[in-house]
Ligand binder design. Structure first.
Ligand code: UDP
Length: 355
């Protein structure tokens, strides 16, 4: 099978955890590395106009073009030469490329939103909402990582075809270890949507000597990070900055729990990484964590500072509960190993390309 992947927003090879590069890069890298064992995969990104072989059968096609229409032309030219069986676009900007390509390329088109603008709880952009609707209606299938997101999309746009395949985790990179720690961990891009202010406020209310290790760089400029540093004055926070994904496992091992205070989280890969590492997860119950963490691999609460503080305090006091929830998390994470998730995509791609 020949698969055309569009990642216009960012290259999956850019280090993740700051700027524009986050969970989507990990998803694209992890998924297509595995699918390329049996298929030819071209990932289209913006860049210097060169094609790089990442591994056998997996290529990064760097298109020297910011205009989405002309970017799509490059895809169409390649399709003319070596016919793709399907196209999978990731994120709304790639979806715009998909809209252009679709006019000419009559192959199945799958789209993953990664963030659904209309479902965000803060900072919604009306133009983007309309474009995302157009993309969802034009593509053949939307692939969403959670049932709750699929249901929400179906409720808003009943004609759109959606199916759920969760994201995965590398259960060999993230492995359990003894949890005798007391400090808590945040991992993610420093962006208002990640709710770090909530976490700082919650920590002010937590009784006991609990410190926070904050891993991740700013998503846009350094302003957000500097703002958080000022806001956190007097609270024991260690700002580690961006950490290479390959070196992240030790941070999960050295923490009592992961806290994900996001206002909106379509899936929350960090939750799965903590689970695979045998660490409980604290977060909000309206986020994608509901389907991975559930009620036995951490504590998910209604959004609020007090509830967040209480959950952190409960888990930091109860070592045994941390242990039980951590090992539940590990067991559940095994079902999300990327090898299993990639097989589900393989079956889906085969089915869709025959339709
Ligand atoms: N991450 C990383 N280094 C960092 C911060 C984050 O490797 O310094 C990774 C993290 O391990 C996770 C991804 O970035 O795999 C973040 O994905 P998530 O779904 O949690 O959030 P998103 O970036 O998609 O909003």
């Amino acid at each position: 099978m020949r698969i055309c992947v569009v990642s216009y927003h960012s290259s999956p090879l850019t280090p993740v955890g700051s700027g524009k590069s986050g969970g989507m890069s990990i998803v694209i890298r992890s998924l297509y590395e595995r699918l390329a064992r049996v298929s030819e995969v071209d990932i289209f990104v913006r860049g210097e106009g060169r094609t790089r072989e990442i591994s056998p059968r997996l290529r990064l096609v760097q298109v020297q073009e910011d205009d989405t229409g002309r970017f799509a032309e490059e895809i169409i030219n390649r399709h003319d030469v070596g016919q793709y069986d399907l196209m999978h676009t990731h994120y709304w900007s790639s979806g715009i490329v998909g809209l252009h390509a679709r006019r000419v390329m009559k192959i199945p088109w799958l789209h993953t939103m990664h963030t659904v603008e209309v479902l965000k709880t803060i900072r919604r952009d009306q133009t983007r909402i309309e474009i995302e609707e157009e993309i969802m209606r034009a593509c053949d299938l939307v692939v969403s990582p959670t049932e709750q997101e699929s249901l929400a999309i179906r409720a808003l746009y009943p004609d759109v075809r959606v199916m759920t395949i969760p994201h995965g985790v590398d259960t060999r990179r993230f492995e359990p270890s003894r949890n005798g720690h007391k400090d808590i961990l945040f991992v993610g891009r420093v962006d208002p949507i990640k709710g770090i202010h909530f976490l700082i406020d919650a920590l002010r209310q937590v009784r006991g000597d609990v410190g926070l290790t904050l891993v991740g760089g700013p998503s846009k400029g350094a302003g957000n990070l500097a703002g958080i540093e000022t806001y956190a004055a007097g609270v024991p926070v260690e700002f580690v900055g961006q950490v290479k994904h390959d070196e992240l496992a030790q941070y999960y091992s050295n923490t009592a729990m992961l806290v994900v205070p996001s206002h909106y989280e379509s899936f929350g890969l960090v939750g799965l990484e903590a689970m695979a590492s045998g660490r409980p997860v604290v977060g909000f119950d309206h986020t994608g964590l509901k389907e991975t963490v559930g009620d036995d691999a951490g504590i998910l609460v209604k959004m609020g500072v007090r509830s967040l503080a209480r959950a952190i305090e409960t888990l930091s006091r109860k070592h045994e509960l941390r242990h039980v929830m951590g090992s539940n998390g590990r067991k559940k994470a095994m079902a999300y190993d990327w090898t299993i998730i990639a097989q589900r995509y393989q079956r889906l791609y085969e089915r869709v390309s025959k339709e």
